[in-house]
Design a protein around this ligand. Structure first.
Ligand SMILES: Cc1cc2nc3c(=O)[nH]c(=O)nc-3n(C[C@H](O)[C@H](O)[C@H](O)COP(=O)(O)O)c2cc1C
Length: 277
């Protein structure tokens, strides 16, 4: 797998779309679901080669958001920015496997949308292998495994989302399986910890185990821990405190890996301040 990495500090700034959410009568600020990268080996406009394709470096991405970052949304987002990397909504591996005759509905996107990252959910190795193989036909630019979702609906049913952080070996094997069944780079989105397992050392153990068991070189760090004690997904995006210091420590301690920062970033000014860190 070829993956050219030019920056290590990324912010996933979930973009709230006030204008697009009016029909749902919710208020969504422009800054939600975005990842940004800050390392300046390349100018913002200079394209990089990834798997033979010339793409803008991953300075800034729109994070995966269920119910939002669907095909239509991403088309709109691409009209707003040529540069942003766009994540799909999470698609469960079992959905891909069971809907294999209707996959366009879940995976198709237009060529103008590149770069697009497919986020998948699950931990059943057989299903992840098949899902990665099927998704391979759609020419995504990366496959990302969700290890950050705290929802009861998924986290409560076996290993899925944030609960996967309790089992780094399984995540390593899952990533190895996904990579073996696709031609594109793979990445993991995780929290800085889960429940009582929230020390920096435990986060390092997770990163070490996953990156040594698989070709995973890119981790998106949602800089809050997940609480699987019944706290709602929305509260899990606000209540656990942000610990950007974990993220910066990872940059220091794993110079060979790429890390994207996500969580609580609400303005370009904040991004600029973080770039000076
Ligand atoms: C409506 C909504 C849906 C989301 N769906 C997903 C998802 O499918 N996969 C995922 O990894 N994160 C999902 N997230 C989490 C965001 O990607 C992001 O990690 C989170 O909002 C934290 O960033 P913030 O503090 O800037 O909001 C979702 C967030 C929102 C608001």
């Amino acid at each position: 797998m070829k993956m050219v990495i030019h920056s290590r500090l990324c912010t996933q700034l979930p973009v709230y779309h006030g204008i697009f959410m009016k029909h749902k009568k919710k208020s969504f600020s422009m800054f939600r679901g975005v990842y940004v990268q800050f390392r300046n080996f390349h100018s913002f406009k200079q394209k990089i080669q990834i798997n033979g394709e010339a793409l803008y470096p991953r300075w800034f991405s729109v994070a995966p958001m269920m119910g939002w970052t669907d095909n239509h949304y991403r088309t709109l987002a691409r009209l707003m920015s040529k540069h942003a990397w766009l994540y799909t909504e999470m698609v469960v591996a079992e959905t891909i496997v069971h809907q294999k005759d209707d996959l366009d509905r879940f995976l198709a996107f237009s060529v103008e949308q590149h770069p697009v990252v497919l986020q998948i959910g699950g931990s059943n190795l057989k299903n992840l292998a098949k899902a990665a193989e099927l998704a391979n036909f759609y020419s995504f630019d990366e496959i990302n495994l969700n290890c950050g979702c705290p929802s009861d609906k998924v986290a409560g049913h076996g290993c899925f989302g944030a609960s996967l952080m309790f089992n780094p070996k399984l995540v390593g094997d899952a990533m190895s399986t996904i990579a073996a069944n696709s031609d594109i780079p793979v990445s993991v989105k995780c929290r800085i910890g889960v429940d009582y397992r929230d020390s920096y050392n435990e986060l390092c153990d997770f990163i070490s185990e996953v990156s040594s068991r698989s070709p995973t070189k890119h981790f998106i760090i949602h800089a809050r821990k997940a609480l699987l004690n019944g706290l709602s997904p929305a509260a899990n995006r606000k209540v656990p405190p942000l610990k950007y210091e974990y993220y910066f420590a990872l940059l220091r301690d794993f110079p060979e890996l790429q890390f994207t920062l996500n969580g609580g970033i609400t303005s370009i000014e904040q991004v600029k301040r973080l770039m000076q860190h």
